[in-house]
Write a protein that binds this ligand. Structure first.
Ligand SMILES: Cc1cc2nc3c(=O)[nH]c(=O)nc-3n(C[C@H](O)[C@H](O)[C@H](O)COP(=O)(O)OP(=O)(O)OC[C@H]3O[C@@H](n4cnc5c(N)ncnc54)[C@H](O)[C@@H]3O)c2cc1C
Length: 589
């Protein structure tokens, strides 16, 4: 028998999207009862580590149309234009709202909200709280959520699967990590806000908890994963650790230099190098403020030409902010200095920082519509785990934090309406499913003493093959090899995992095994979606199909789970007003 708890709405994830959804649900229906389950204490969610800022139109020289156009061209025309229109329209109110809840946005000297330039944005529109934006946003959302007594939290509970009966999602199964007890939590609507899965790659800015659990759960419950082939490399991570040096460093005027001391981006169709002291600097949407996919690709080309530095941690280029001076560095990007000193071994006031591209963000995720609903009734998703189709083939930096607010709020509102209208449960069937899940966890892991495969070995092999086959540049041969390797890893995983820890309380080896199971599933979705897309677009660059092919691939990919591996289908992109054009940066923009 599994204990069963019950709530109207259940949110999986206590990051920015989950908290915003919880607040919106509580505001929409004051009498509704909301549960939030998180595998870590909410303030430890990855949102806390976001540095650079969140984009929304606020200044009189900016416009919703410009934010729309930057996002569409950034996406290489793969974003749904109705979604982008709604996003840019709702973004400013969300940003003002979170300030009223207490988010300390940095200000100009006249008291107005300060905005900074960010990659791929044609004008300064990124709001920031120094370079600890995610920290302040998450604190604000968390403390605001505490005001609502309707929100009950289950901190340090690990969700293992969705409960689906009668064609409706009706809850989850979760392990209370303190006791190791498996519980069923029934809910009339479930919102998945579990974040990204960058940990399927070896070298990433993503926290260790970003293992794509929610994507895996929804996928195994029959919901497609959309546009999974699009994985964002951020151009400036610290070699060795992968720790992010925020784009704000370039937004404030930092430059990238190769081993010849050249601002090499001018050789890659990203505009001209202006003198760093030129009044026009930074030149927007050009050079260091080009989009992330282009900058990461330029690094690879410089590497091929032998124009990068090398040491024991691999190849790198220099990110130089010395000309900004200590005062500006301390005022605008103090965290960059702290990270560079502690993890890069240099003080950027006096020396350049070593950087290289690093896996940062997944554009793809759980397929949702503009209302954050999935095709499984009662199941919603928002934030990085979801693909509402805002980011297309390449996300613009600083659109993600705002996405958490806009689509987190939409998910919360819509889920609460659905929950009100669907009060009934298929209780007996749900209980049976939860018992079956409890048995599976016991048989496959806790009571299994015969497993031979080690978690760390399989995980490392998975990360290596993803890096080899699904990195910045891809081709048929390498991707095929990755799909085959992943099938082998999956078979070995299923043959039995060897756990050393068979105890119940805080069994982190068990949660690592459950995470690895999700990682294998989503890695397969990435590799198969990438193999099938025979064109180059945004972050998906193939050396064997170098052009964008709108005729065949102006489409979202949809990976559908099956026993034999992912089946890849396609759906048209919503184009409301701006048909595809060439994607140009650095010239008159
Ligand atoms: C270093 C870094 C810097 C960034 N900087 C910026 C920036 O400046 N601007 C910008 O726009 N974007 C930035 N991003 C991207 C952005 O921060 C993320 O996309 C966003 O914060 C994700 O928020 P989320 O709410 O979707 O998920 P997260 O914040 O990752 O939260 C996920 C939640 O799900 C829970 N969870 C996961 N699996 C389970 C499970 N099995 N059971 C129970 N709970 C589970 C976790 O406990 C957590 O609470 C950055 C990302 C990184 C990594």
């Amino acid at each position: 028998m599994v204990d069963t708890l019950e709530h109207d709405i259940l949110i999986v994830g206590g990051g920015g999207a989950g908290l915003r959804a919880a607040i919106a649900a509580a505001e929409e229906s004051p009498d509704i009862d909301i549960a939030m389950v998180s595998k870590v204490y909410p303030m430890r969610s990855h949102t806390v580590s976001a540095e650079g800022g969140a984009a929304a139109v606020i200044k009189s020289n900016d416009s919703l149309e410009d934010h729309f156009r930057d996002t569409i061209s950034g996406s290489d025309w793969l974003a749904d234009q109705d979604v982008v229109e709604a996003f840019v329209r709702e973004a400013p109110d969300e940003m003002v709202q979170i300030e009223r809840w207490g988010c300390p946005w940095s200000r100009e000297s006249d008291g107005s909200v300060a905005v900074r330039p960010f990659g791929g944005m044609s004008i300064e529109r990124t709001w920031f709280a120094a370079d600890k934006t995610g920290f302040h946003m998450l604190h604000t959302l968390f403390q605001t959520s505490l005001k609502y007594t309707a929100i009950k939290r289950y901190d340090e509970w690990f969700v293992t699967r969705l409960l689906v009966e009668n064609g409706r999602c009706q809850g989850v199964v979760a392990i209370e990590l303190l006791s190791g007890q498996v519980r069923a939590i029934r809910a009339r609507a479930v919102i998945v806000c579990t974040g990204g899965g960058g940990r399927i790659f070896q070298f990433t800015t993503n926290a260790a908890i970003k293992t794509g659990d929610g994507m895996g759960m929804a996928y195994m419950a029959g919901v497609p994963l959309k546009d999974m082939e699009f994985v964002q490399y951020h151009p400036t991570g610290l070699p060795g650790t992968g720790i992010l040096i925020t784009e704000a460093a370039r937004g404030e005027g930092g430059v990238l230099l190769n081993n010849k001391g050249e601002r090499y981006l001018q050789a890659h169709d990203l505009g001209e190098a202006l003198d760093v002291n030129d009044e026009r600097h930074p030149q927007l949407r050009a050079m260091e403020l080009g989009p992330r996919d282009r900058l990461s690709q330029a690094f690879m080309k410089e590497e091929q030409k032998g124009n990068v530095f090398r040491d024991s941690e691999g190849s790198y280029v220099h990110l130089d902010v010395q000309h900004l001076g200590e005062k500006k560095i301390e005022a605008k990007i103090p965290f960059v200095r702290e990270l560079a000193k502690n993890y890069g071994g240099v003080d950027p006031v006096y020396e350049p920082i070593k950087v290289r591209p690093v896996v940062h963000y997944m554009m793809g995720g759980i397929d949702t519509d503009i209302d954050a609903a999935t095709k499984l009734p009662g199941l919603y998703a928002a934030g990085e785990c979801a693909c509402v189709s805002l980011n297309g083939a390449n996300r613009l930096g600083s659109n993600s934090l705002t996405e958490l607010l806009v689509f987190g709020a939409r998910a919360g509102r819509n889920a609460s309406i659905w929950a009100r209208e669907h009060p009934e449960f298929d209780s007996a069937a749900l209980e049976q499913q939860a018992s079956a899940e409890q048995e599976r966890i016991a048989d496959q892991y806790i009571n299994n003493h015969d497993g031979k495969e080690r978690i760390a070995t399989l995980r490392t092999e998975l990360q290596e093959t993803m890096e080899q086959g699904c990195g910045i540049y891809r081709d048929e041969v390498s991707m095929k090899a990755t799909t085959e390797k992943l099938a082998e890893i999956k078979a070995r995983f299923r043959s039995g995992i060897q756990l050393d820890d068979h105890s119940l309380s805080f069994n982190t080896e068990l949660t690592s095994a459950l995470e690895l199971e999700f990682m294998i599933e989503i890695a397969e979705a990435v590799a198969h979606s990438a193999l099938e897309r025979k064109e180059s677009r945004g972050s998906h660059q193939r050396t064997d199909y170098v052009e964008r092919d709108d005729e065949a691939y102006l489409k979202h990919s949809l990976a559908v789970h099956s026993e034999g591996g992912p089946q890849i289908n396609y759906r048209d992109v919503a184009i409301t007003k701006w048909p595809p054009e060439a994607r140009v940066y650095g010239r008159d923009h």
